[in-house]
Design a binder for this molecule. Structure first.
Ligand code: AMP
Length: 454
C-alpha cells in the first residue's frame, strides 16, 4: 500500500493538477457501435410496422412543463413522486425530462387542434425517456421507447389493433411473446373496486412488505403490481377487478378479446394486471418475452427478464380532460427498447445466421498517391450505388490496411497500387485463403455485389 502511494506521488509532480475524467452517470448507458445492429433493426421494424398499420410519426420535445406529467401520470405514482427529473430552467419555469411519451403526444394533439383531423389520429414515436429509477437489471435512467397512440375513437377494435401492433413488432423481431390483458373498467368501477381492495388489504396489512404498506395510503392498486415474494399470497387472494366491472365495461372488454381471437393473437387474462399510471381506464395489457435473455458482457444480469415486461399500454379516455382538453378517448402502448435489445442479442448469440448481414464485407485498400485518388472514385461510385465498403485512405501502409480489413471482419480486400492505376485493373484478395485475382476496374461493382450476396 505504501509503495503504491509512493509511485502515485512520483508520477504526479507537485504543482500539477490531476484532471478527473467525467464518468458516465449511474443508470445511463452508451449505445456503442457493437449494439448498432440491433438498434438499427429495432428502429427499422418499428417504423415499418407503424407505417403498415397507418400510424404517422410524431416527435415531441424531451423537455416539457413539469405539470404536464404531474397532472397526467398523477401524484402518488412512483414516476412522479420519485423518478421524474424536475428542475427549474433559466427562466424559472418548472420543467421535466419526459418520463414517458403519451403525455407529450396528448399535449401536441390538443395544441395542434388534431381533433379536426379524421379520427382516430394514429401517432407513433421512438425516443429517449428519463426516470430516476433505482438502477438494476433492465432499468436505466435514460431508456428508449417505441410508442404508438390511437387518439379520438372509443371502439374495442382500436384497443385490439394496438395489441396486434405491439405483439407483431416483437414477433417480427423474432421474440416469443406473451400478451397479458385485463380491464380496469370505468372510473366508477375502479372507485368501487379500490374501496373493496383497500378493505381487504387492510386486514392483511401485517403480511405486506414495507413499500406496500405505504401504497395502502396512496395508491392501493399498486400493491397488485408488487414483485416481493411476501406479498404474493395476499395478492393471490385479493378481490379481482373483473368482478367489479359494470355490464357496459364487461361488454367492451369481451369485444376486445373477441377481436384478438379473430386475428389469432394468443393472450392470457391476468386479473392482477393493473398498470402503474393513473390515466388508464378499461383495457390494459402487457407484453412479456417467453424466455429470459442471457446476460452479455458489459450488461447487468437479465435474470428477472422473464418477469419484466417488455412493454405495456391501455386505454386512457379521461386523460384529455385532466389536461384541459375536450373529452377524447384514446389508447396506446410503449415498448422499452433496452429490454428488447437484450433479447435480440441473446437470439443473435444463439443463432449466428441472424448476425449482421449488412456489415460491409469488402475493404478497399490503396498504395501510393495516384492509387489513393483512384480509390476515392471507386468508393464514391459504390456509395452512389448504395453499397457500403470499409476503407482507411489515411493509412499509407498496405500491411496496416490489410490488418484493419481483418479486424473489421471483411471477407475480401480490393487492392489498388500504381501498376493497377495504369492498367485500369484492381486486385481482389480473399482474406481467408489469401488467393488473389486481378480484375478490370469496370467490374468492381458487379464483383462487390456478388460478394455481398455471399
Ligand atoms: P411504462 O411506461 O412504465 O409502462 O413502461 C413501458 C416499458 O418501458 C416497460 O415495459 C419497459 O420495457 C420500459 N421501461 C420502463 N422503465 C424503464 C427503465 N427505467 N429502464 C428501461 N426500460 C424501462
Amino acid at each position: 500500500m505504501k509503495k503504491k502511494e509512493k509511485i502515485t506521488k512520483k508520477a504526479v509532480p507537485s504543482g500539477v493538477k490531476v484532471v478527473r475524467t467525467p464518468q458516465l452517470l449511474r443508470g445511463m448507458k452508451d449505445l456503442l457501435p457493437r449494439d448498432e445492429f440491433v438498434w438499427r433493426q429495432m428502429r427499422a421494424v418499428a417504423q415499418h410496422i407503424a407505417v403498415a398499420y397507418g400510424f404517422m410519426e410524431i416527435e415531441t420535445p424531451i423537455v416539457e412543463e413539469a405539470s404536464l406529467f404531474i397532472r397526467s401520470i398523477g401524484r402518488g405514482t412512483d414516476v412522479v413522486e420519485k423518478e421524474m427529473y424536475v428542475f427549474e430552467d433559466r427562466d424559472g419555469t418548472k420543467v421535466a425530462l419526459r418520463p414517458e411519451a403519451t403525455a407529450g403526444i396528448v399535449r401536441a394533439y390538443i395544441s395542434h387542434g388534431m381533433q379536426n383531423m379524421p379520427q382516430p389520429v394514429k401517432l407513433w414515436t421512438l425516443g429517449a425517456m428519463f426516470r430516476h429509477d433505482r438502477p438494476q437489471a433492465g432499468r436505466y435512467r435514460q431508456f428508449h421507447q417505441f410508442d404508438c397512440e390511437a387518439i379520438g375513437e372509443r371502439d374495442p377494435i382500436v384497443d385490439a389493433e394496438l395489441m396486434v401492433v405491439a405483439y407483431n413488432f416483437l414477433r417480427d423481431l423474432g421474440i416469443d411473446v406473451r400478451l397479458d390483458v385485463n380491464s380496469m373498467g370505468s372510473t366508477e368501477d375502479r372507485a368501487r373496486y379500490v374501496e373493496e381492495l383497500l378493505a381487504y388489504l387492510r386486514t392483511k396489512r401485517s403480511y405486506l412488505c414495507e413499500d406496500c404498506k405505504k401504497r395502502l395510503g396512496r395508491n392501493p392498486l399498486r400493491v397488485l403490481d408488487c414483485k416481493q415474494e411476501q406479498c404474493a399470497p395476499v395478492i393471490e387472494e385479493a378481490p379481482q377487478i373483473i368482478d367489479w366491472l359494470s355490464d357496459a365495461s364487461k361488454n367492451y372488454f369481451m369485444k376486445v378479446l373477441e377481436y384478438l381471437d379473430e386475428v389469432g393473437i394468443p393472450y392470457m387474462l391476468r386479473a392482477t394486471l393493473v398498470r402503474g399510471l393513473d390515466y388508464y381506464t378499461d383495457t390494459v395489457f402487457e407484453l412479456y418475452a417467453e424466455e429470459a435473455p442471457q446476460a452479455h458482457s458489459g450488461e447487468e444480469s437479465g435474470q428477472d427478464g422473464a418477469q419484466t415486461a417488455l412493454g405495456g399500454g391501455g386505454r386512457y379516455d379521461l386523460l384529455f380532460e385532466q389536461l384541459g382538453g375536450h373529452p377524447t378517448p384514446a389508447c396506446g402502448f410503449a415498448i422499452g427498447l433496452e429490454r428488447v435489445a437484450s433479447h435480440l442479442r441473446s437470439i443473435a448469440a444463439e443463432n449466428t445466421a441472424s448476425r449482421p448481414l449488412d456489415r460491409p464485407r469488402v475493404f478497399v485498400a490503396q498504395l501510393g498517391e495516384q492509387a489513393r485518388r483512384r480509390a476515392l472514385h471507386i468508393i464514391e461510385d459504390l456509395r452512389r450505388a448504395g453499397i457500403v465498403v470499409r476503407h482507411h485512405l489515411g493509412k499509407p501502409s498496405l500491411k496496416a490496411q490489410l490488418e484493419l480489413a481483418n479486424k473489421y471482419g471483411t471477407t475480401h480486400a480490393f487492392i489498388i497500387g500504381q501498376k493497377e492505376v495504369q492498367d485500369g485493373t484492381i486486385i481482389v484478395r480473399d482474406m481467408e485463403s489469401g488467393i488473389q485475382e486481378t480484375i478490370d476496374q469496370k467490374k468492381v461493382r458487379v464483383e462487390v455485389e456478388k460478394i455481398m450476396k455471399g
